[in-house]
Write a protein that binds this ligand. Structure first.
Ligand SMILES: [Zn+2]
Length: 469
């Protein structure tokens, strides 16, 4: 039987408001532990919450970007649970009346547009950060003791829940890249997994292709990059298929994915959903977003990344368009092309070299980039790489680098090529008997001999001429 994965995602995003969700403590990453707290977020008796207006507006804005309906009447609810990251004994969240429902995200793929449903997006406060010290896994089981940092407690957090519409680990990764870029462009969060400002849980099940049943699902937690999310999902799909095919049944469980070993270990859930005893938060009134506010926020939405991918695809191809848009690089690409750079070459240089050099695309001069893209085959590799690494420096000029043309003169290069080939008879024989990958080795040797100044394209042609004859 052929199996089909059924995947839904729950994504938590920290909003980068100046202050917390229900108090005026600063929101921040990296401050001394327990320095950004007050009676409200530490739950002193009698302290009362006040809603952060910006957080509400940003949640609505995100909902609109995800194609959601915005509730006319939204309610905060208490989600009751006991744990030491939660001093109130409950988290203020949303339950049956969230701000945003019934949206959809268009995911451009080679097989056409895929539509991923958004069940809801709601606003809540984050719990404090706990660190489990000692023990092997960094988890509470086996730890010697645990410490709590309440700085994070009370940070505005949006939870986005997708429908189980995702059909592969790769699709989950692409969806997350697109969602992240949407969030970043709205200016509401940095959405960085490594800093914990974007967190992803995946619900995974499998079924027979063509069936519409929903079998028992499991939940994957603690995956700290999109690549690990994809790997974790793939591992869980394989595990579930093996369980079903052995005649056993998949049990509803939560797993931690360990990226270093690839292992899935069962995770002890705090409590089941039914035990949260949700009820409307008595210290806050319901919120009814006025229609003119919603329309103003709608009018402020930037063009969607998915639409830009489709637009760029007609000039490049889907893969390059996706890399540029989800990397926030498409504006730089457009400016470089407008400044005269060739489209594909500019896309490749931006996606490979500029990202590799860790440059801020907003600081790069498109004009100078275009000149380098144009000259890339004439410049020695070392000079080109150095120029790229300095592109974001204020006042950068490509001029001094453009003066260092690579050596393309065949009469100058031929004796060096001959010397390199004579020095490696073994590799020459291997190349002639079919190991064509060795071409790169020979080119590298010639570049080394010339201190990186030879034009690799010309060198590679000269070597081919000699070896293929
Ligand atoms: Zn506070």
């Amino acid at each position: 039987m052929t199996w089909e994965p059924v995947i839904g995602l729950e994504v938590h995003v920290h909003l980068k408001t100046r202050t917390k969700m229900f108090c005026r403590c600063r929101v921040g990453f990296g401050a001394e532990p327990n320095t950004q707290t007050c009676p409200v977020c530490l739950a002193f008796p009698g302290a009362l919450p006040v809603v952060n207006r910006t957080a509400v507006e940003w949640t609505i804005k995100l909902g609109l970007a995800l194609g959601c309906d915005i509730a006319e009447h939204a309610v905060f609810s208490r989600k009751n649970y006991f744990y030491f990251d939660n001093p109130k004994g409950y988290q203020i969240s949303q339950y049956d009346l969230p701000f945003c429902i019934s949206g959809k995200v268009i995911l451009p793929t080679a097989e056409g547009d895929r539509v991923i449903g958004i069940v809801r997006a709601h606003l809540e406060e984050d719990a404090a950060k706990t660190v489990h010290v000692g023990g092997r896994t960094g988890r509470i089981r086996g730890a010697e003791h645990s410490i709590v940092d309440f700085n994070r407690g009370g940070t505005p957090l949006v939870e986005i829940v997708t429908a189980p519409d995702i059909r592969s680990a790769e699709e989950a990764k692409r969806f997350l890249q697109l969602l992240r870029q949407t969030i970043v462009e709205l200016g509401i969060s940095d959405a960085e997994m490594e800093k914990g400002t974007l967190r992803v849980d995946a619900n995974v099940s499998v079924r027979e292709v063509g069936s519409s049943e929903l079998r028992t699902r499991t939940e994957l937690k603690n995956m700290n990059s999109f690549t690990f999310v994809a790997r974790g999902i793939d591992a869980e799909i394989a595990r579930q298929i093996a369980v079903w095919e052995s005649g056993a049944e998949v049990r509803q469980e939560t797993y931690d994915f360990d990226a270093t070993t690839g292992a899935l270990t069962p995770h002890r859930a705090k409590e089941e959903a039914d035990d949260y005893r949700y009820f409307p938060e008595p210290d806050l009134v319901p919120i009814e977003p006025p229609a003119d506010l919603v329309e103003r926020l709608r009018s402020e939405l930037p063009e969607q990344p998915a639409a830009r991918i489709r637009r760029l695809e007609s000039e490049l191809d889907l893969e390059r368009a996706t890399v540029l848009v989800t990397g926030g690089l498409d504006r730089l690409w457009g400016d470089a092309v407008a400044a005269g750079a060739e489209k594909i070459a500019a896309a490749n240089v931006i996606a490979n070299t500029i990202v590799g050099a860790g440059l801020d695309p907003a600081a790069v001069s498109a004009q100078e980039l275009a000149r380098l893209v144009d000259a890339r085959e004439r410049l020695p590799r070392a000079a080109f790489d150095e120029a790229i690494s300095k592109l974001a420096d204020p006042g950068f000029s490509a001029e001094p680098y453009l003066a260092q043309e690579a050596v393309s003169d065949e009469s100058e290069l031929e004796p060096i090529v001959a010397r390199v080939l004579e020095a490696s008879p073994g590799q020459v024989d291997a190349y002639r008997s079919g190991k064509e990958g060795l071409l790169g080795f020979f080119v590298g040797q010639v570049l080394k001999e010339t201190g990186g100044k030879a034009n690799p394209r010309v060198v590679s042609e000269l070597i081919r001429e000699r070896l293929d004859s």
